[in-house]
Design a protein around this ligand. Structure first.
Ligand code: MN
Ligand code: MN
Length: 309
């Protein structure tokens, strides 16, 4: 059994996914590294894009999460397809531009590429940070309609900086959740994807949420799952996530990506879009269109196997 693809709907959801990602970054960054108590004391419940934080951001400014995702997206667009070296070159150019924040593991991987041309960092037990998972969206958009390609490119892009089975598994699961959301599947179906990850790696279980939102990819995924599956709309998912503090810009961005794809453009509060850096809004929108245009789904496959809607 197959279901027909509704391309205009997919395109709109893809834009919402990238925009939702950037919004989650901008909303969460002002409270990055804060505890829930500190956030409560300063903001009550943080519901607006206020800027500030340890990076002293302007309201609507984004950080490394969105910037690295833009690097991946630009590389695919420039190559009109997959170019791992193109992705690494974009990262290198970005690092040279002296960005306000760069994760340590990301910096190490990019420097190894710059100095030695290395595209794959060896396995390292400390590489289970969320730095590779946080830049999965462009790969998910570009591989829509082809799960084999998703798995391959997800891991390739990850290994430029992070080589760890938990990070790899998180990258693939996020990609699949984006695919399902773009095609309009239910939260019940998305939950099965999370459950599959938990079966393979039980540490991702989030049924009794521990309230940890650090940069460790397990904590990050638990936080995103907890608030995405409980939230009743885009705003609720994101507000819950970022008010958990910790790596709030990254958890916010990842949750915003899935919630954006799931709830679509209509679900994103206008007041948040208005607050965003206009150039970022324009670029993520244009790149979302281009990536969907390059995807297997758009190359005339036309049909998807039916899952449980
Ligand atoms: Mn960041
Ligand atoms: Mn972060």
């Amino acid at each position: 059994m197959t279901i027909p693809v509704n391309l205009p709907d997919i395109r709109s959801r893809a834009r919402a996914a990238f925009l939702g990602f950037a919004i989650g970054d901008a909303l969460g960054a002002p409270v990055e590294f804060m505890t829930t108590g500190e956030i409560k004391a300063k903001h009550g419940v943080l519901k607006e894009i206020v800027g500030g934080g340890w990076l002293r951001l302007k309201p609507g400014e984004v950080t490394d999460d969105t910037q690295m995702s833009l690097c991946v997206a630009r590389a695919i667009d420039a190559a009109n397809g997959w170019s791992l070296e193109g992705v690494a070159r974009e990262f290198a150019q970005w690092l040279k531009s002296k960005p306000v924040d760069v994760g340590d593991t990301c910096r190490r991987g990019i420097r190894n590429f710059m100095l030695k041309g290395v595209l794959e960092t060896p396995f390292n037990q400390w590489d289970a940070g969320n730095g590779a998972a946080m830049r999965m969206l462009p790969v998910a958009l570009f591989t829509l309609g082809d799960d084999d390609l998703l798995q391959r490119y997800a891991v390739e892009q990850a290994h430029i900086t992070h080589n760890h089975p938990l990070s790899d598994a998180a990258c693939i699961t996020l990609g699949r959740m984006v695919h399902l959301s773009l095609m309009g599947f239910s939260k019940t179906r998305l939950r099965r994807e999370a459950d599959q990850l938990i079966t393979a790696h039980p540490s991702f279980a989030f049924d009794t949420y521990r309230g940890l939102a650090t940069g460790y990819v397990v904590d990050t995924m638990q936080t995103v799952f907890h608030y995405f599956f409980r939230g009743r709309d885009f705003e609720e998912c994101l507000v819950g996530t970022v008010n958990q503090g910790g790596d709030a810009d990254t958890t916010g961005a990842i949750c915003g990506m899935i919630a954006g794809a799931f709830y679509g453009m209509e679900g994103i509060p206008r007041r948040w879009i208005k607050r965003m850096d206009r150039r970022v809004v324009d670029e993520v929108t244009a790149l979302a269109d281009k990536l969907i245009g390059l995807s297997a789904c758009n190359r005339g496959m036309g049909l998807f196997p039916e899952g449980n809607k």
